[in-house]
Design a protein around this ligand. Sequence first.
Ligand code: COA
Length: 220
Amino acid sequence: MIFDSTHYRIRRMGSPDFAAIGEICRQVYPHDAPYTNAELAAHNALYPEGQFVAEYLPTASVAGVHFTLRLRLSDFHIDDSWDVLTAHGSFTDHDPIHGHTLYGADVFVSPEHQHHGLAHALTDATRHLVVEQHLWRMVGGSRLPGYGKVAATVSPEQYLSEILAGTRTDPVLSAHLKDGWSVVKPIHGYLPHDSESNGWAAVIQWVNPACPPPPEFRLR
Ligand SMILES: CC(C)(COP(=O)(O)OP(=O)(O)OC[C@H]1O[C@@H](n2cnc3c(N)ncnc32)[C@H](O)[C@@H]1OP(=O)(O)O)[C@@H](O)C(=O)NCCC(=O)NCCS
């Protein structure tokens, strides 16, 4: 769906948004502890330009979010968990000097505002940040909430190839693909308590065509 700019706008997160974000978090991740006000305030203090909110204009309420931080991914492994990549949700590993990769730590949209192109618009905002800050790429871990139901008979690789071929859809990964991400590989244990995804996730990325890899990645 096309983003409706008469009803929604994308802007930076502010402290008046914290309570509503916690409430949406409880709805979309019922099995996880929601972000606390203190955590959101800490993220905003570390990297305010990377914390995005979609606002529903008629009620001036939060409809969705995209939270990011900058990482030097050579300090990590491809199959590191969300906990490792976010320093246990603190974002204190945000590296504004050497962090050439914008890591998409979270994107979620309130159920009542899903399918209105908000994740797409929020992802466009993070892509814009990558370009503006001359970063190499954006990387994330996509949940695979459709995988748990078929995990007994379908391998994660097969599941991903069917999603990519369009012969199967996943409620989250299919949306990310439409939003411009591409799949790198499946990993296990990214969100160990994500039983819907059977513990699996897909590493996804978007590479900034205008920015070459940082020097340590250049082929010699
Ligand atoms: C994944 C999520 C963020 C998508 O948000 P959204 O605002 O509804 O997504 P959009 O409206 O921008 O949809 C983007 C595209 O994906 C498609 N899409 C959206 N939901 C989909 C679904 N359930 N299955 C298949 N495709 C879907 C849309 O059709 C759209 O494509 P289009 O522009 O061609 O119509 C949202 O479902 C969500 O918050 N889920 C729960 C939290 C979560 O798991 N977050 C992801 C963490 S990795």
